[in-house]
Ligand binder design. Structure first.
Ligand SMILES: NC(=O)c1ccc[n+]([C@@H]2O[C@H](COP(=O)([O-])OP(=O)(O)OC[C@H]3O[C@@H](n4cnc5c(N)ncnc54)[C@H](OP(=O)(O)O)[C@@H]3O)[C@@H](O)[C@H]2O)c1
Length: 246
């Protein structure tokens, strides 16, 4: 029997990248997608992890990813819908381009990635959304885009239940990843950036030698790696918040 296969969108950096390394350690065949960090990821990730360039906004790119996954893996056991961007801007400063980027990448990208993965997902597979930023941040467009994923996830869980496909979400608190430097916020605990997110603890940086032991916070599962496990029984349509990461 071949090893289970996982596709991780936004797996070239941060949370997705750490999850890719974790699943590889656990014996998965892993493919990651990304856009700007693809070349660096291909150089620095373990050679067994397949890196594919795909803009989450492009349906053509998503078709390309699924073709690659079909050719290399045949089918998928885990789909981690993690590609996303953040824009922490107040109402008055949010431009149309910000709004479109937030919804195109976070909402449209995840929706169509899931749609296009459907023929590849094995019955009993696990789909995990990264949500986060649902509450507690004064950035209405970003919160709305991330918030849209929760009902999307729950509705997809209902639709895919007959195939025993579990659809869940993780909502990380502030995790020290490159997302903050992309926004010009220094991503260190107790930095001005950290104070911008007072309700959230800071998760361990994914570049630390053992990034994940602190993330499966407490059972039941709170990390993509754990939710994807069949040990998580038959939970579907659930969302776990992972604020308490210190
Ligand atoms: N870090 C946090 O505190 C936090 C909290 C709550 C939720 N989240 C969410 O967690 C997810 C991962 O974030 P992270 O913190 O790990 O940030 P990150 O290091 O910036 O990683 C984001 C990933 O998404 C990919 N991505 C962005 N735009 C894309 C596009 N148009 N097409 C394809 N891939 C795209 C990036 O690929 P390239 O770099 O290759 O372009 C990268 O792999 C995001 O959805 C984020 O909103 C993060």
């Amino acid at each position: 029997m071949s090893a289970p296969a996982a596709l991780i969108t936004g797996g070239t950096s941060g949370i997705g990248r750490a999850t890719a390394e974790l699943l590889l350690e656990r014996g998965y065949r892993v493919m990651v997608t990304g856009r700007e960090s693809v070349a660096e990821a291909a150089r620095s990730l373990p050679a067994e992890i397949v890196v594919v360039r795909a803009d989450a906004r492009s349906l053509t790119d998503l078709d390309h990813v699924m073709n690659e996954a079909r050719q290399r893996f045949g089918a998928l056991d885990v789909l981690f819908l993690n590609a996303g961007i953040s824009r922490v801007k107040p109402l008055a400063e949010t431009g149309e381009a910000d709004f479109d980027d937030l919804f195109d990448i976070n909402v449209k990208g995840n929706f169509f990635t899931l749609q296009k993965a459907l023929p590849l997902l094995n019955d009993g597979a696990s789909v995990i959304f990264t949500i986060g930023a649902g509450t507690g941040i004064a950035a209405p467009a970003m919160v709305a885009a991330k918030g849209a994923l929760l009902p999307l996830m729950r509705s997809a869980a209902l639709e895919l239940a007959p195939r025993r496909i579990r659809v869940n979400a993780v909502s990380p608190g502030a995790i020290d990843t490159p997302v903050y430097s992309r926004m010009g916020i220094p991503g260190r605990p107790l930095s001005p950036g950290a104070r911008a997110f007072p309700s959230a603890g800071w998760g361990c940086p994914p570049t630390s030698p053992r990034p994940w032991p602190s993330w499966p916070l407490r059972p039941p599962a709170t990390s993509p790696g754990t939710i994807s496990s069949s040990a998580e029984a038959w939970a579907s349509g659930g969302s776990r918040t992972t604020h308490d990461l210190r």
